[in-house]
Design a protein around this ligand. Structure first.
Ligand SMILES: [Zn+2]
Length: 271
């Protein structure tokens, strides 16, 4: 039982360290004085909210089924966009077919069609009926880092710009066009003899950073762990462990910080 709670605790720390999934991220916004904060407050008190939802439509469907107001539904879209802007690498691209309402997870099986009467429709290739005037495979259109291909296609079809804008907003919520940032890392580097720990971030090799920091330290510095993250991850950690700060980005090796770092390091099985 004790063992189990330790495992759960470690998992929680690791989840926090790897950054939150959408549900965790949303809940962390409790206290914000805006619609996203209000939604976060509602979700905290709603144990059935699908916190592990990987796609916006899953969470939206839940809100609709539970009779959440339109304001809450709009806040969900706002929250999802904010989450994807912050963690574009976590976007899981999928589209939803307008005929059968099922997900199109394998994008080569999806197509965007344009008809004068129906406007834009996202469909499974097998759900297309008749011969559309214009059509393009989903993966061709949206494989790039932005949705530039969409405008070219829309021009070709002569689609009105407000319909294009509405489609683009929907596609972004589905994870299309999320910009992947350059991969940066947050590192934990410790002074010798269980000394202070520096929490910093770098876009280059962590070893190079360690070597640069070594100047001014007679004994070797140690890289304790690294994790994916950027300046905002670093700022979150500085705030989180703020009470242990010694100077600048250096923190006392308090148990709480050590536990956090330990959860980032894969355990080596004892022989
Ligand atoms: Zn379909």
């Amino acid at each position: 039982m004790l063992q189990e709670s330790r495992v759960a605790k470690t998992r929680k720390i690791r989840d926090l360290a790897s950054g939150a999934d959408f549900g965790q991220w949303l809940i962390s916004n409790v206290g914000r004085e805006d619609p996203v904060g209000d939604l976060a407050h509602d979700v905290v008190h709603d144990p059935d909210f699908p916190r592990d939802a990987r796609h916006y439509p899953e969470a939206l469907e839940y809100l609709q089924s539970q009779g959440y107001c339109l304001g809450a539904q709009n806040a969900l879209a706002e929250a999802w966009n904010e989450y994807l802007a912050r963690y574009p690498e976590r976007a899981v691209k999928a589209a939803w077919c307008e005929r059968c309402a099922r997900a199109i997870v394998e994008l080569p099986k999806g197509v965007l069609v344009w008809t004068e009467s129906g406007g834009f429709e996202v469909l499974h290739t097998c759900c297309v009926q008749g011969v559309p005037r214009c059509s393009i495979d989903l993966h061709q259109l949206f494989d790039g880092p932005d949705l530039g291909g969409l405008n070219a296609f829309a021009n070709e079809c002569g689609a009105p710009s407000e319909l294009v804008a509405r489609l683009e907003a929907r596609l972004r919520l589905w994870g299309f066009g999320a910009r992947r940032r350059r991969q940066t890392k947050v590192y934990f580097i410790q002074e010798p003899k269980d000394g202070a720990i520096k929490i910093g971030y770098t876009s280059g090799p962590v070893e190079r950073r360690r070597a640069a920091l070594q100047t001014g330290h007679p004994e070797p510095l140690r890289v304790l762990a690294t994790m994916d993250g950027d300046r905002s991850t670093e700022a979150d950690l500085h705030a989180r462990f703020g009470q242990y700060r010694r100077k600048g980005e250096w923190f006392a090796p308090h148990r709480e910080l050590i536990q956090f770092i330990a959860a980032l390091v894969p355990k080596v099985p004892r022989p």
